[in-house]
Ligand binder design. Structure first.
Ligand code: USQ
Length: 382
């Protein structure tokens, strides 16, 4: 299949590109290196040393004999998106190419506006490039579990059957996003749903949980193929941050009581889920929504898991409950459905002490690269 991966320089984009190319697909990637700039603005840097996209594609070719076609431009430039879609004619388009950080979007008005303009505009450009070129291409869009927030009822996969004043309908599940960033993904979901109804495009919205992990089957092959690994307060996510904190001797930063519960998945499962969605496309005019995570954990439990795994490596790790910089429920009900990807055949990589220990061992190799000042939270929601 011809697959276009947007955000091909990212934590998930680059490993996805390698994995799909290894599995025989014809892969092109686009990125404008915005993530690298934003992480640097936040005072951080990837813990793993990463090459630029052309260098990585060259290394991948040397290691595997496979080719990943690299394009460097901003997805807000519609002419460039349109031209690439017209020339490459993707059969599947995987859209990871957005600003992914809740704290970044909460910094101030400028960051909130930029996150929403960038994400919503580039998603509309993608939709219009598919429509204007009259392509029967499956749009696979990375959404987030954070679109739903934490309602006091079970969360369905995208849609809920409602009976109201004697009438019934199946409607999008209500959304209560956690941040301006998560709200940008809600807008994208609404826009994609509209496009499926009006233009008949096929789309899958992958409402993904928090991803963790450093290696995939391809990144382990050669250091030049590593993907980025962020741990700063804006672009690092909970479990990955805790792992870096453990290896550099920083107390684990549990926000508030740590009773916040979220869905998590291993980076290998992200790749598997995206490929499963791709190989089993949505129908024309259909928006499918999959809740893409494999297990739920409270932040407190994750911190304890990392502390115990670190002990195996002789690392003494402290857990600090610090004032929560975010406005969010700290003890709450959380029970989202997540069966559709399992039904397609996903075999989850579940979190275990061994897995965390292995991750810590890998990260220890790069610990001298850590910028410790970038770890403590500075961005507040108020
Ligand atoms: N948290 C801590 N300590 C930390 C970092 C985070 O206690 O050092 C807590 C946060 O307060 C929050 C939870 O961990 O309650 C998750 O925070 P996070 O930074 O790991 O994840 P989040 O901001 O929700 O965003 C991340 C990705 C985003 C993706 C989302 C999936 O950055 O792109 O959409 O995870 S989800 O959380 O399911 O919405």
């Amino acid at each position: 299949m011809r697959v276009l991966v947007l955000g091909g320089d990212g934590y998930l984009g680059w490993p996805t590109a390698m994995s799909l190319s290894e599995h025989g697909h014809d892969v092109a990637v686009v990125d404008n290196y915005l993530r690298r700039q934003m992480v640097s603005e936040a005072g951080g840097d990837s813990l793993t040393p990463i090459l630029n996209l052309s260098q990585r594609a060259k290394a991948w070719h040397e290691v595997s004999g496979k080719t990943v076609d690299v394009h460097t431009f901003d997805l807000r430039d519609f002419d460039l998106v349109n031209r690439l879609v017209r020339e490459f004619r993707p059969e599947a388009l995987i859209h990871y190419g957005q600003i992914p950080s809740a704290p970044y979007s909460m910094t101030d008005r400028r960051h909130a506006v930029f996150t929403q303009l960038n994400n919503i505009e580039n998603n509309l450009n993608v939709i219009f490039a598919l429509v204007e070129n009259d392509l029967d291409c499956h749009l696979i869009k990375l959404g987030t579990m954070g679109e739903y927030g934490c309602p006091n009822i079970d969360i369905e996969e995208g849609f809920i059957e409602i009976e109201h004043r004697g009438r019934k309908d199946t409607l999008p599940f209500p959304k209560m996003p956690h941040s301006w960033y998560h709200a940008s993904k809600v807008a994208d979901s609404t826009n994609i749903h509209f496009a499926t109804r009006v233009y008949g495009i096929r789309a899958t919205d992958l409402n993904q949980g928090v991803v963790y992990g450093v290696h995939t089957d391809q990144t382990v092959l050669d250091d030049r193929l590593l993907t980025r690994f962020d741990y700063d307060e804006q672009f690092g996510t909970a479990l990955n941050r805790f792992c870096v904190q453990a290896v550099v001797g920083h107390p684990l930063t549990v926000y508030g009581t740590g009773g916040q519960t979220r869905g998590f998945l291993n980076i290998r499962d992200t790749l598997a889920c995206v490929e499963l969605a791709m190989l089993n496309p949505a129908d024309r005019g259909e928006l499918r929504v999959y809740n893409q995570f494999t297990e739920s954990f409270s932040i407190r439990d994750l911190a304890v898991e990392v502390q115990q795994a670190a002990k195996e490596l002789g690392l003494e790790v402290e857990i600090h409950e610090i004032d929560n910089p975010r406005t969010e429920a700290q003890e709450h009900y959380y029970n989202p459905t997540h069966t559709k990807l399992l039904d397609l055949g996903l075999e989850p990589t579940l979190l275990s002490e061994d897995l965390v220990t292995a991750t810590l061992s890998t990260l220890l190799q790069y610990k001298d690269r850590a910028i410790v000042d970038a770890i403590a939270p500075r961005t507040t929601w108020r």
